[in-house]
Design a protein around this ligand. Structure first.
Ligand code: ATR
Length: 286
């Protein structure tokens, strides 16, 4: 702890995010706000690391004794080869977004999926057990969310993707006890009519193509939760139109905040100041 949180000194503990590209990242603003809010003497910066420099960047974390790192596109899978240990969740997902440096031992975690689920529970649906969940999209973002949703013991998770073979492949990568099954895109209307939660993990509706919707929002039953991983715009066309139908809308900003909150908690052992972190991100949107 120190009295002037803006003053870096010889005790400052360093953190960062590596990605390519990385200059758009809101993580530095969010995590530096968390350090300031909690009085922790830490500093967090963004590092543009191209794939050919990934190994050197991790060697740098070891060499300089950074306490933690976030990892973003396109390094979440490849970075695992440079770590000493991978958590059970990150191993199941096959991707790491958070590294903790424990006295030179680098441990990889994945806080994306659990960040999403914590946000969904805090902001939209506290109890997911026994619920029916439809997940749209079988890309990189979908994988972590499927794993984390399955830990909540829903009745069923139905996975649909435009390219149907990708959904089948992803669903079959999880144990049968997770109750994740791939369904044809043509079966979505019927599936959504029965679903308690419908999550969009596709890029459809993302700025600058913000008019797009992944499915017809009128397929959802009124009262169901419509959830979107996209946070630019904060409320997608899918969420706005689902809300008009009487659904509860859950946007993607909370996932971003809580994945950072979990990382902060793994690094510092201190409860993350979630409200301040969210405010910092919203302020940076201007
Ligand atoms: P991410 O890592 O963000 O999930 P990704 O791996 O490129 O990104 O996956 C993008 C997802 O959005 C995929 O599920 C993709 O479907 P396909 O596998 O069929 O490409 C989905 N997606 C992108 N554009 C889409 C569209 N116009 N309609 C439906 N799905 C779309």
């Amino acid at each position: 702890r120190h009295s002037d949180p803006y003053q870096l000194d010889s005790h400052t503990v360093l953190y960062g995010v590596i990605g390519d590209p990385v200059r758009h990242s809101k993580s530095p603003v969010m995590l530096n706000r968390a350090f300031r809010e909690t009085g922790i003497n830490g500093a967090y910066a963004a590092f543009h690391v191209t794939p050919d420099r990934l190994g050197e960047s991790i060697a740098g974390v070891r060499g300089l004794g950074f306490r933690g790192l976030n990892v973003t596109i396109p390094h979440k899978v490849e970075v695992m080869a440079f770590l000493d240990e991978i958590s059970e969740g990150a191993r199941a997902i096959g991707a790491v977004n958070t590294i903790v440096n424990d006295n030179g031992r680098l441990v990889g975690y994945n806080t994306d999926g659990i960040g999403y689920v914590r946000s969904l529970k805090e902001e939209a649906e506290p109890d997911l057990s026994g619920k029916t969940i439809v997940v749209l999209g079988a890309g990189g973002a979908s994988r972590g969310i499927l794993w984390a949703l399955a830990q909540e013991k829903p009745a069923a998770i139905l996975l649909a993707n435009r390219t149907e073979a990708r959904a089948a492949e992803l669903a079959s990568a999880f144990p049968p006890a997770y109750r994740i099954s791939a369904i044809a895109w043509s079966r979505l209307q019927a599936a959504c009519a029965e679903a308690d939660v419908v999550v969009n993990t596709t890029s459809v509706g993302m700025s600058p193509n913000a008019d797009g919707v992944p499915i017809d929002p009128n397929w959802l039953k009124p009262g169901a939760v419509a959830s979107d991983l996209i946070y630019n715009p904060l409320k997608t066309a899918f969420l706005r139109r689902a809300e008009e139908r009487g659904c509860r809308a859950h946007g993607g900003l909370g996932m971003f905040v809580y994945q950072g909150a979990y990382a902060f908690e793994y690094w510092t052992g201190t409860t993350a100041p979630v409200a301040a972190m969210r405010e910092a991100v919203l302020d940076s949107f201007g």
